[in-house]
Design a protein around this ligand. Structure first.
Ligand code: OOG
Ligand code: MG
Length: 248
């Protein structure tokens, strides 16, 4: 087994057993981002979409990594809106408000904002669950890439037409009815559409593309909040509705 296979197994096993592991860069300080993407490739199976990460200043500051990254969303990660999320299925889960796109056309490489807009089939409010497989939620760039950008789950609200202007929409993340994070979609690279453009470019760099029918999460607009059992989490999205779940 080569080193990347072994690393992919480690992060998979950590996710499966909800057990934190040391950063890969502890064992391999020079782990290159290209290798980290190879590790990510080795560790995801059925993908239903792509997520962008670290596309807002709030997120970069929270985790101390300032490069936008992408991760893969698989069918197993889709959680039921309004449903229950099991705290014990994760290591140290966090939730963050996001905007989701579903594509009607393939996007690959360098695309314009116009092409990106034209490729959108629908837009929905979303909450992403992230759960770094590393101890204390601490990582460097290569660690988080190899760990599929901390992806753990996502919930989608109702779909809206692509004509909706998503460049500056308010969003609030509540825990038990109290607002904990407040932001705007404008915090996502100036507009979530730019995140879609960046996703197509980043995907091409790592040898893939955004496919028709796929979901793209644009990245959180605010910092993520830790999840505690017994709480009710709800995201309120201007003009788009709500997304909620209960942690048990
Ligand atoms: C990395 C994943 C970042 C986002 O929306 O910025 C991300 C992390 O924060 O653990 O999903
Ligand atoms: Mg996210």
């Amino acid at each position: 087994m080569d080193k990347n296979d072994a690393f992919a197994m480690q992060v998979d096993e950590a996710a499966r057993t909800a057990t934190a592991i040391p950063q890969l860069t502890d064992a391999e300080p020079a782990l290159a981002t290209e290798d980290a993407y190879r590790i990510q490739n080795l560790s995801v199976e059925r993908r239903v979409g792509i997520k962008m990460g670290l596309t807002s200043r709030a997120k970069m500051l929270q985790v101390g990594v300032s490069d936008a990254i992408l991760g893969r969303l698989t069918d197993a990660m889709l959680l039921e809106e309004g449903g229950l999320v099991e705290r014990r299925s994760y290591i140290h889960p966090r939730a963050e408000p996001e905007i989701a796109f579903v594509l009607r056309k393939r996007l690959e490489g360098r695309v314009s904002v116009f092409e990106a807009l034209d490729a959108i089939d629908g837009i929905a409010p979303a909450i992403e669950l992230i759960d770094s497989r590393y101890r204390d939620f601490k990582f460097r760039l290569a660690d988080v890439v190899a760990d599929n950008a901390s992806s753990a789950g996502f919930l989608l609200g109702g779909w809206h037409p692509r004509s909706m202007d998503v460049s500056n929409l308010g969003m609030v993340l509540e825990v038990n009815g109290e607002a904990v994070e407040i932001g705007s979609s404008a915090a996502i690279l100036g507009s979530p559409i730019r995140s879609l453009v960046a996703a197509a470019r980043l995907a091409a760099q790592v040898g893939t593309a955004l496919e028709a029918g796929e979901i793209v999460l644009a990245g959180a607009a605010t910092a993520a909040i830790p999840l505690t059992a017994g709480t009710y989490v709800r995201g309120l999205f201007e003009q788009m509705g709500t997304v909620s779940f209960t942690v048990q």
